[in-house]
Design a protein around this ligand. Sequence first.
Ligand code: NDP
Length: 279
Amino acid sequence: MSNYAVFGHPIAHSLSPRIHALFGEQTGIALRYDAIDSPPAEFRTRLAEFAAAGGRGINVTMPLKQDAFRLSAHVSDFARRVGAVNTMSRREDAGWNGDNTDGAGLIRDLTGRPALDLRSRRSLLLGAGGAARAAAHALLDAGIGELVIVNRTAERAESLVDDIGIPGLVHARYWADLRECGGFDLVVNATSSGVTRESLDLPFNLVTSRALCYDLSYGAAAFGFLAWARAAHAGKALDGLGMLIEQAAESFQLWHGTRPETDPVYEQLRGELPLRATD
Ligand code: NDP
């Protein structure tokens, strides 16, 4: 049986072992998938131990994605652009291959079940951490229109905009200026504010009537943002459960060469979460 795991700190809350077990059952692929708690200072050692014990692949979550990037002998083009790795695959005698499936997971979730056309949507991205970086690159690759990036620490939004380097299309604005930014057809919350139950100061006029409001967080952590979106009469408001499952399916495909069906896993986990997304 081949060996996989998710590394993070903390990690007890992770749904990834559950998702990969369901994928394994569905595809008939026998696998073991554990959750391994690893503080950043111990990640290199734990990863080496995992490889020595026959580990074939890992997912990486907060706060280890940039360390995973540095520990990868080879990285995909998308992971290089984002500067973070969430999926590592062991190559015989060639170290770890680093990839980032968060961006593909987000786009699959937006364009799959809700079948949204992202092209030319005027978009607002809240946050400039690792997940926001993946989201920004993936949304631009998918053909969105103007992208405005706002972050609590303004310098990080400016730095992300500089890295992307499309000045006519992508701009940073201050949080305090959001009221003057006009309406958006897509509002993506890539902050971790919901996890710490902090509320975001967001004016209702950000939301056009056809807008999709999307929170990368899921379950109770998405409650505040989705409640705001509903109060602002957004066309659609979704949490990030689907993205979590889609990015896991992308990792599964990298490791096993087959992409599992995500809809049954989504339906099962959606029924178990405390909060439902709204259409
Ligand atoms: P990071 O720690 O890298 O970034 C956190 C971001 O949130 C920063 O931009 C930070 O701003 C901002 N932030 C935190 N607290 C607040 C607050 N109170 N008000 C405003 N902004 C705030 O985290 P990640 O980018 O890795 O993850 C972000 C979220 O996305 C998490 O909730 C995570 O669970 C989720 N996620 C979901 C995935 C999925 O598959 N559904 C995949 C990956 C992530 P500042 O720079 O000022 O600190």
